[in-house]
Every structure is written in structure tokens, then in C-alpha cells.
Design a protein around this ligand. Structure first.
Ligand code: HDE
Length: 715
């Protein structure tokens, strides 16, 4: 036969060849040998309509070298289905990762709500949680400077409750009508199609400068909150103000919070940029691997509760999503916990098709009049129709209500999967009187009711006077930060504005920043080497508020190795006893330890044993670890001293303020990398494991020495 070319050799563990002769083509002609698998009758491939498929390797052709035949329904169906595999990605929050788990209530909120998910202490409610970035497309990297979505679907016994929040408690805009403008401005620019997943460009900062209400959120977006270390280490916030409504119909305002058990932790900006190259799936992999290894991420669930009177007494409007309620004014009460303990089985079916709707609330949880929230109440249902293509998207397994079968008289529509019985598709009906099933009915007592908020106003297109203060909370946030965090905000602003080509846009932002804090504006102007323009005229004079330490990360940082990753760089001839001791003590503190070696096959230790590597040096840089140790032999170090990846390994770990453990043989490499000895650069021996304590934190005091520009001029 003409075509005798063999396909690639099957993998080692290839299944047995088919019992059907693989050298007999359709029509009986001999053809190339193919790799086929034999199937049990109940595991055989069929078409989508159930016809068993005999050959999944060859299309139907007029002879082995002839044209393909139109009648090959097996080929056509397979290719056509493939052609339609993608659905429109989310217009925002396109890139995300998700997991299953449960929510458990630890303290009843019965006084405030009749929602059982918040009153039944000890009860576990199934959840599906999707984390995301906002600006980039579905295929973008995990570590840009961006807000992170934190969307939780609670499958409660009274219907799904979707708490669709972010890792930042406020938002850029006050009114939903500005959302398309905001998103157009931040996404890639319309003519050139870049930058992807980056706010550092003209149109974003143009919009921000012209929308002073965005200043508070900008402070957060420029802070380290926007470059998290892991999805497992972000806080979550419901952002908008909601209401809880109790059995008596009384309402209490509520803000929802998630607090990570592993502590809130971020990366350095330089590190985040390098991680994007080293592992674009950094957060996705981190979440998946942690859950896979049984290290289930956990959050505390907290609420801030306040009555109408307490809300009225605050010097800002709780309906304005650009404001937060400082915990020092209204304390956070921890009332539950969230545990993620199962990875999705299928990314598309679950993570991609999950549809969150802020309108999904069980009886006892209600909305506020926040004009941003009000717009969201329309948007999400609408976007699901365009993304998932049918009003029946709620029937997809990941979206379907669980533990409370839904029933109503809505019928038909594309992709209807329910097969309804009987004639009752309307009500009222009296079919029951004839012995037929009359269908479900409304439940005035148990059903969802809206809080009876009195409304009697003139129709207007106006922003409330109480929304006019755009700077007090931005100032509160900035001044509540530690000096390190303030420096990071200033340098993030310098970085972003340095990518802005329009000088007048930079000037406008500088003019606005002066209403936040004069020293911040001076620093940013110095970083841009620009004159500080006149301050802009604020719509309302900014007020000084009491600092809120709860808004810091560094101040709240939990020193722990729990959920962290330690990398040990080894060379041939290294002392295996030190590696073993280090590994043991780091793992005892909850860390995952990875061995990095010049070659993936590993190294031969001083005692002659082979130590296999988890990562090869060039592909496993130190940015992927929270702390590193260099356990080298003299010869090994001499080889690595001229290896760029090894020098970068040490240089970056130092620059990213991490603890570095070293054997004295590794000193020449540290020297080459410009690593200076400080409290966090410590010798490791088989007896000394002081490194482990240091590995739990970063040495912020090192930063002015490695990135002095962040600290100039001093505040
Ligand atoms: Fe969203 N947002 N949003 N958003 N949002 C969407 O719905 C929208 C806002 C948030 O993992 C979309 O299913 C409007 C605030 C998250 O699937 C869309 C406004 C907060 C996710 C939409 C906002 C969020 C979305 C796109 C201003 C924090 C991802 C895809 C009025 C509380 C959910 C989708 C997931 C997704 C609209 C503002 C959080 C277009 C109109 C404020 C976490 O409907």
C-alpha cells in the first residue's frame, strides 16, 4: 500500500491493541498500522446520538489516499462539535479558577435574618467558589496588578445564594451606568488590542483622572492587595451593602467579609511580573495542587451589622460602594467558615459554565438601594444569556439549585432538559379538582419577600449629595498603611503612570492625588520627574478619619509556613543531611518543599545517593517560592556561579525580601548575586534550622536597600 507511514510510537503504558485488525481498513483494504484501544462494551465510543464508533483514528475516504466522504457523519459530528467548543468568555472576570467546598455557620444570626443558611449553626451548605482576575481574557496570566473576584455560590436549602464579591471592599464607581465605560477604559485599547490584563495604559488612567470617585479603589488597586501571593491568601468582600431581614420583617444592613486562615499575603511587584513569565498559571496551579494534596484552604466568614440609625449616624453613605465601613467603627463578627475541599472534575462544565447572579438570595437576605448593586441585579442574568445562550442555564449541573428542587410554571426554551408532566403550566388552575396534578403554588409566608422600604421620590438622574466626598476614604486607606505599604502604593502609581503616554493624563492624576495625601503626590511626582500641578478642586472637602489598622496587610500578616512553598537549590556533592533536616523542619511547619537542581534527574549527594529534583533550575526560579535555601557543594557552587539562572535565583530571592538559607560552600554564588548578609540570610547546617523561623516572613527593612527609588523622597 502506498501510505505505510507509522504514527508516533504509543506511550509506554499504551492500552492493548484492538482485537479488530488494525491493518484492515474500512472496505477491507490493508492500511497503516494504527494505535487503537480495545473497549469494554459499556465503555465504547459512540456518536452523540449513541451509534457505536468502530474507528476513531481514520476518516472515511474514497480509498486510502482518496478524498474524504461527506457521508462520514462520525467525522463531521466530531469536528463540528469541536468547532463549537468555546463559548463567549466573561466580559469581565474571564480568567478564573474554582473549587467545591462547604460553608458552616458557627454563630446564629437569627435575630437579624430568617435565611436558614445564616441561622442553622453547625449545618454545612455546599458551595462552589470561583476566583478571578478582572481585566484580562480567559487565557491571560494569573499575576497582573488587578482586583480579584471572589464569587461564592451557596447551594442552600432555600435556593442558591450567590455572594459575588471581590478581594477589595470598595469599587471604582458609584453608579452602574459607568461600568461599561470603566471596563472599556481598563481593557486593551480599542484600536491596538493591547495591553492585555494591565491597567498601566493611557485609557485607564484617563478615565480614572476624570472620575475622582475612583480614587479610593485606585489606592487599593495600587496596593499589594492587587498582587496576591495566592487565591488561598486573599480576603473577600461582598462590597455592596445588603440587608438581612428577620422573621418580624425587620431589616439590618450588612457587609459580608471573608478572612483567609492562611493570612493575607501578597507578592512584590517585580516578583509578580517575573512569576507571570515563570508560571502564567501560578494561582490556578496553586489552588488546584493545594486541594489535591489535601491542604484545604479555609476562610472565616464575617459580617458587619448596622441598623438604619447607626448607618445614618456615619459621616458617609453606606449606599456608596466607593466607601467602606471601618472595622474600628462597626466591628466584624465572625459567624462561619468556608472550606474548599474538592477540585472541579471538569473545568469547562463547572468553572466556565458557572453563572453567578447577585439576584440569587434566599428569603431573609435582601438588597440595599446602592445604585451600583441595583445595576448588577440586571447585568448578571443578562450576561449569562449571552454567554450560556439560553434561559435554561440554571439547569446546568453547576448552576442547579441543590437540596431544594426548583419548580415553577416556566416552560420550554432552548436546551430545556426537564420533561414536565401533565397540563399544569399555568395558574391559577383547578386541575386538582379533576384529580390531576395542579402544579406548584406561591408561598406567601415562606417565600421571598422584599424588605418594605418606603419609597416616595421624584424621578431624577442625580448623584446623591452624600456621595460627593471622593477623597476621605482614599486618605483613610493610604494613611492606615505601614510605611512599606505606602511606599509600594507610591511606586505602583509611578510604574503605572510611567506607562501613560499622555502627559495631561498624568498631570490630572497628580492633581487628584494631592487631595489624598500631599506626601504621596510629592513622591509620585518625584518618581515621574514631573512638576506637581495645582491640586484639583474636590467636590467635597476631604475629612481626616481615624486610622484603621485593619486595612493593612503587613500589620496583620500571620507569620507562618502553612500553605507556603520552600525551594532548596542543590548541586552534586551537596550534604544530603542538611537537605533532609531542612525539609523536615519546613514540612513540620506546614510548608511544601521542592528540590531544585541544575538537571531534572537530580543530583548525586556527597554520600553517593541520588536526590531527584522537583524542578529544573532554569524553569523553577526563586519567584515561585516563599523562601529558599542553597545547599551546595564547593564544586557545585563553582559551576553555578557562572550560571545565570542560579545567580538570578539568589538575586531575586534577596530582592523579593525572602529568607535565604545557605551552606557556606554557597557563599561565592551569593556574593556574585549581590546578596548582602542580614537577619534573613542565614547559614544552614544539619543542626541549625533558624532559617525556618525566618522563612515565615519577608524582611521589609531590606527593601530600601534593594529598591531605593520606592523610598525617595522619604515621606
Ligand atoms: Fe461584576 N460582573 N459587575 N462586579 N463581577 C460580572 O457577570 C457588573 C461588580 C464580580 O466568577 C459579569 O457572569 C456590573 C462589583 C465578580 O463568574 C457581569 C457592575 C463586584 C464576577 C458583571 C459590576 C463585582 C463578576 C461578567 C457594576 C464586587 C465574576 C460575567 C454595576 C462586588 C463572577 C458574569 C464569576 C462578573 C457586571 C460590578 C464582582 C458583566 C454591571 C462591584 C466576582 O454581569
Amino acid at each position: 500500500m502506498a501510505n505505510r507511514k507509522r504514527p508516533a510510537a504509543p506511550a509506554k503504558k499504551a492500552p492493548r491493541p484492538s482485537s479488530r485488525s488494525s491493518s484492515t481498513a474500512v472496505g477491507g483494504a490493508a492500511t497503516a498500522e494504527i494505535h487503537q484501544t480495545e473497549s469494554a462494551p459499556d465503555r465504547r465510543i459512540t456518536t452523540n446520538h449513541g451509534v457505536p464508533v468502530s474507528d476513531n483514528q481514520n476518516s472515511l475516504k474514497a480509498g486510502p489516499r482518496g478524498p474524504s466522504l461527506l457521508e462520514d457523519f462520525v467525522l463531521r459530528e466530531k469536528i463540528q462539535h469541536f468547532d463549537h467548543e468555546r463559548i463567549p468568555e466573561r466580559i469581565v472576570h474571564a480568567r478564573g479558577s474554582a473549587a467545591h467546598g462547604f460553608f458552616e455557620l458557627t454563630k446564629s444570626l437569627k435575630k437579624y435574618t430568617r435565611a436558614k443558611v445564616l441561622t442553622d449553626v453547625g449545618a454545612q451548605t455546599e458551595v462552589f467558589v470561583r476566583f478571578s482576575t478582572v481585566a484580562g481574557g480567559a487565557g491571560s496570566v494569573d499575576t497582573p496588578r488587578d482586583v480579584r473576584g471572589f464569587a461564592v455560590k451557596f447551594y442552600t436549602g432555600e435556593g442558591n445564594w450567590d455572594l459575588v464579591g471581590n478581594n477589595i471592599p470598595v469599587f471604582f464607581i458609584q453608579d452602574a451606568i459607568k461600568f461599561p465605560d470603566l471596563i472599556h477604559a481598563v481593557k486593551m485599547e480599542a484600536d491596538r488590542g493591547y495591553p492585555q490584563a494591565a491597567s498601566a495604559h493611557d485609557t485607564f488612567w484617563d478615565f480614572i483622572g476624570l472620575m475622582p470617585e475612583s480614587t479610593h479603589m485606585v489606592m487599593w488597586a495600587m496596593s499589594d492587595r492587587a498582587i496576591p501571593r495566592s487565591y488561598r491568601m486573599i480576603e473577600g468582600f461582598g462590597v455592596n451593602t445588603f440587608r438581612l431581614v428577620n422573621d418580624a420583617g425587620e431589616a439590618t444592613f450588612v457587609k459580608f467579609h471573608w478572612r483567609p486562615k492562611l493570612g493575607t499575603q501578597s507578592t512584590c511587584w517585580d516578583e509578580a511580573v517575573k512569576i507571570a513569565g515563570a508560571d502564567p498559571d501560578y494561582h490556578r496551579r496553586d489552588l488546584f495542587e493545594a486541594i489535591d494534596a489535601g491542604a484545604f484552604p479555609e476562610w472565616e466568614f464575617g459580617v458587619q451589622l448596622l441598623s438604619q440609625e447607626e448607618a445614618d449616624a456615619l459621616p458617609f453613605d453606606i449606599l456608596d460602594a466607593t466607601k467602606l465601613i471601618p472595622e474600628e467603627l462597626v466591628p466584624l463578627q465572625i459567624v462561619g467558615r468556608l472550606v474548599l475541599n474538592r477540585n472541579p472534575d471538569n473545568f469547562f462544565a463547572e468553572t466556565e459554565q458557572v453563572a453567578f447572579l447577585p439576584t440569587n438570595v434566599p428569603p431573609g437576605i435582601d438588597f440595599s438601594e446602592d445604585p451600583l448593586l441595583q445595576g448588577r441585579l440586571f447585568s448578571y442574568q443578562d450576561t449569562q444569556l449571552s454567554r450560556l445562550g439560553t434561559v435554561n442555564f440554571h439547569q446546568l449541573p453547576i448552576n442547579r439549585a441543590k437540596g431544594c428542587p426548583f419548580q415553577n410554571l416556566q416552560r420550554d426554551g432552548q436546551m430545556q432538559t426537564q420533561v414536565f408532566q401533565g397540563r399544569a403550566n399555568y395558574e391559577p388552575n383547578s386541575l386538582a379538582e379533576a384529580g390531576e396534578d395542579g402544579g406548584p403554588r406561591e408561598d406567601p409566608a415562606g417565600g421571598f419577600t422584599s424588605f418594605a422600604q418606603p419609597v416616595s421620590e421624584t424621578k431624577v438622574r442625580l448623584r446623591a449629595e452624600t456621595f460627593a466626598d471622593h477623597y476621605s476614604h482614599a486618605r483613610l486607606f493610604y494613611l492606615s498603611q505601614t510605611e512599606w505599604e505606602q511606599a509600594h502604593i507610591a511606586s505602583a502609581l509611578v510604574f503605572e503612570l510611567s506607562k501613560v503616554t499622555l502627559v495631561h493624563v498624568r498631570e490630572r492624576v497628580l492633581a487628584n492625588l494631592q487631595n489624598v495625601d500631599e506626601t504621596l503626590a510629592v513622591r509620585v511626582a518625584a518618581g515621574l520627574n514631573m512638576e506637581l500641578p495645582e491640586p484639583s478642586e474636590p467636590a467635597a472637602e476631604p475629612q481626616d478619619m481615624d486610622e484603621s489598622p485593619a486595612l493593612r496587610i503587613i500589620g496583620k500578616y500571620v507569620p507562618t509556613l502553612e500553605g507556603r512553598m520552600v525551594g532548596i537549590l542543590v548541586s552534586d556533592g551537596a550534604d544530603g543531611r542538611i537537605v533532609k533536616a531542612l525539609k523536615k523542619s519546613c514540612e513540620a511547619e506546614g510548608a511544601t518543599v521542592k528540590i531544585v537542581a541544575p538537571k531534572i534527574g537530580g543530583v548525586t549527594l556527597a554520600d553517593g545517593n541520588l536526590l531527584p529534583a522537583d524542578g529544573q533550575l532554569a524553569g523553577t526560579p526563586s519567584v515561585l517560592f516563599d523562601a529558599v535555601a542553597l545547599v551546595l557543594s564547593e564544586v557545585g557552587c563553582a559551576q553555578l556561579v557562572n550560571e545565570g539562572a542560579a545567580v538570578d535565583f539568589a538575586f531575586n530571592a534577596f530582592g523579593h525580601l525572602k529568607a535565604i538559607g545557605y551552606t557556606k560552600e554557597a557563599l561565592p554564588l551569593l556574593e556574585k548575586a549581590g546578596v548582602k548578609t542580614d537577619d534573613f540570610v542565614i547559614e544552614v547546617t544539619k543542626e541549625k534550622d533558624a532559617f525556618v523561623e525566618k522563612a515565615k516572613a519577608r524582611l521589609w527593612e531590606r527593601e530600601p536597600g534593594v529598591r531605593p527609588s520606592n523610598y525617595f523622597p522619604a515621606a
